[in-house]
Design a protein around this ligand. Structure first.
Ligand SMILES: [Zn+2]
Length: 118
């Protein structure tokens, strides 16, 4: 059983950990259309990474909305925890995209003797 390190931190440490998570922007890119999903999988199978990346971007450009991202802040899910270093399923609350992510872990600073009188 992995430990949820969020439970080991005090309020200030949780605040710092949250800032650390949010320092890396994670915006939901929205659903990949079925046609492009198949094409991307095929390109990846063939090791054509650059073309797969370009196809992935094309497949997320949704003319009906004029957007190529969903725009939801995925960091809200990461921050909500747990912070146990394990893989978790997620579902975007805005567009419904599902996937998996690996949760971060944070170590609480160990007490030291620093500053103690000798
Ligand atoms: Zn989304």
């Amino acid at each position: 059983m992995a430990t949820d390190t969020k439970k080991l931190l005090n309020a200030k440490q949780i605040e710092e950990a949250e800032a650390f998570i949010r320092a890396q922007p994670r915006i939901c890119r929205g659903p990949l259309r079925e046609q492009e999903r198949k094409a991307v999988a095929q390109l990846l199978d063939e090791g054509r990474l650059e073309e797969a990346k370009a196809m992935d971007e094309t497949g997320r450009n949704h003319p009906e909305t004029g957007a190529n991202t969903c725009g939801a802040d995925f960091n809200n899910i990461v921050v909500a925890g747990p912070w146990d270093g394990r893989q978790h399923p997620y579902k975007c609350p805005r567009c419904g995209v599902v996937g998996k992510y690996t949760a971060p872990t944070f170590a609480a600073p160990q007490p030291t003797n620093e500053g103690d009188p000798v």
